[in-house]
Write a protein of this length. Structure first.
Length: 321
């Protein structure tokens, strides 16, 4: 059996595949594969291990590669895959949920702190030689203790962030989900609120939902207009969930206080984007899962899914959406 991988992955995943007798071909160039290139490669292989969300596993791809025995994603999200079409063609799809929860929550926590104290911006002023005369009213940030954390999409990552915020800063938790998170309500005293109330009451609003037609572009001019002028907006989920021009305008006009982004819209972010030079903004290059522990775990789970699919067995981490 042969598997095509769209990126170099950690050795622990490759070792599992090779130990299972699978012949592996990896795309090692530092560029995205065009869809026709991906199709051409997969026509010579029995399985696909797709890393990240850049490759569209849509109806065109799936029809061309309907021979595939499994599509294994090295990501928790699967918004780049037409799961219904894959199911119709009998191609199981796997992903890597849970293993990156702590790493991504850490990134959200880091962004929250960096925005609150203008850390990225002030670091850059030092690099520009602007660390000058001390002024008691200059470079003021805000304290987080006791502020209300609002989570949009309170799953494993949102819970991990909420625990950190509760423990470090005694932050009360409100959230908005399609359903109730009873475990969070018992453990953290979380309170479910309607979406508009989440916008109005959150001092820090952090996104941890999946990208769907309903959440795409949901955080727009209208949403930012309902938030507190002292609020911090954090997105470590998917860049397409916020309208970046509307976010920029909300920051410029003081509708919200600051923003921390690990995902942008589009990606990569234009280096001339004004958000990169704003005091109350912190941007990271989509590194939410970029820890050795998380990436090794993701590689193992993706390999396990691929091996199971090639054996005709149920995937241990199958996409259920």
């Amino acid at each position: 059996m042969k598997a095509f991988i769209t990126r170099k992955i950690p050795d622990v995943g490759l070792q599992l595949l090779r130990a299972a007798g699978i012949e592996v071909t990896a795309h090692t160039e530092k560029r995205e594969l065009a869809q026709e290139e991906l199709i051409a490669a997969c026509l010579q292989h029995d399985a696909l291990l797709s890393v990240g969300g850049a490759n569209k596993i849509d109806m065109v791809f799936l029809n061309a590669c309907s021979h595939l025995k499994v599509v294994s994603l090295m990501s928790a999200g699967y918004d780049n895959v037409d799961v219904a079409a894959a199911r119709e063609l009998g191609i199981p799809v796997g992903h890597t949920p849970g293993v990156l929860s702590n790493a991504t929550a850490d990134a959200a926590f880091l962004l929250m702190m960096a925005v609150a104290r203008k850390a990225f911006y002030l670091h850059n002023t030092i690099a520009r030689g602007e660390w000058g005369f001390f002024e008691p009213t200059k470079n003021l940030g805000m304290e987080l203790n006791g502020k209300t954390l609002g989570v949009f999409g309170l799953g494993k990552i949102g819970m991990a962030l909420a625990r950190k915020c509760s423990g470090a800063y005694d932050m009360p938790l409100i959230y908005h989900n399609r359903g109730r998170n009873e475990a969070a309500e018992r453990e953290l005293g979380a309170r479910w609120v309607p979406f508009d109330e989440l916008l109005r009451e959150s001092d820090v609003l952090s996104l941890h939902a999946a990208l769907t037609p309903e959440t795409k572009g949901l955080f727009d001019e209208a949403a930012f207009g309902k938030m507190k002028p002292s609020a911090i907006f954090i997105n470590t989920a998917r860049g397409a969930m916020h309208n970046e021009q509307h976010l920029l305008r909300a920051l410029q006009e003081g509708q919200i206080w600051g923003a921390g982004l690990d995902v942008t819209n589009p990606e990569p972010m234009d280096p001339e984007n004004p958000l990169l030079n704003m005091p109350n903004v912190a941007v990271l290059p989509h590194i939410g899962s970029a820890t050795m522990e998380a990436r090794n775990g993701m590689a193992v789970m993706a390999a396990q899914n691929l091996i199971a699919g090639l054996k005709g067995e149920p995937l241990p981490f199958a996409v259920k959406g």
